[in-house]
Design a protein around this ligand. Sequence first.
Ligand SMILES: N[C@@H](CCC(=O)N[C@@H](CS)C(=O)NCC(=O)O)C(=O)O
Length: 226
Amino acid sequence: MVPAAPDQLNRGDLEPGMLKLFGRRNALNVQKVMWFVGELALQLERVDRGGPFGGNRDPEYLALNPNGTVPTLVDGDFVLWESNAVVRYLGESYGGPPWVPDDRHGRALAGQWMDWSNAVIIRRIAPLIEGLREPAARRDAAAIAAHRDRVAEAWTVLDDHLADRDYILGAAPTIADVALGAVVNRWYVLPIERPARPRLERWYGRLRERPAYRHHVLFEDRLVDS
Ligand SMILES: N[C@@H](CCC(=O)N[C@@H](CS)C(=O)NCC(=O)O)C(=O)O
């Protein structure tokens, strides 16, 4: 059993019900945002959309997010989609340092790793997950192995980077860890053989000690949905 996380605590500077997030809780990019909401102990209402819940192609939803994807954040009159942008916005609005570095180089490096998460890791892991979702009889083992190797190769970059630091930007987790921490769980729960990435695995272990990560990222139906 996963312990409850402090994700619904009220913060004095937020009006109750002001923050709303649309998206099903087992979507990778929703998990990422909800984990961060838990870390910041923000009061936020999550509304199921996408996957079996549907609703993400309704005109009302498309008016908020014309991509029809989840998550979408609504903060009063302000609407934002793209999960990394949402994480950055929540960090800057309600978090501050150390989640969002207070120097321009630190912020630039956080942005670098967040972009890398989308441009390299998610781009490579998506076809791997899709391949593994195929029924066993239709699965293309060679293509799956090729995708797996491409993801493993990309993780080497972060594995090397973590050689002399506990978190991506140093001693404390930042929004860069939030962007990559949700997706590293996907990698470690996929039913595949993985080459050793010891620093990456230790970092993943550190994240798994965090109650909000455990609550929002590590739950049972995490294996099949992306
Ligand atoms: N780059 C976008 C990707 C959004 C995206 O593709 N979300 C997926 C879930 S992780 C989605 O909307 N899938 C359709 C659905 O859930 O019905 C982000 O980070 O927000």
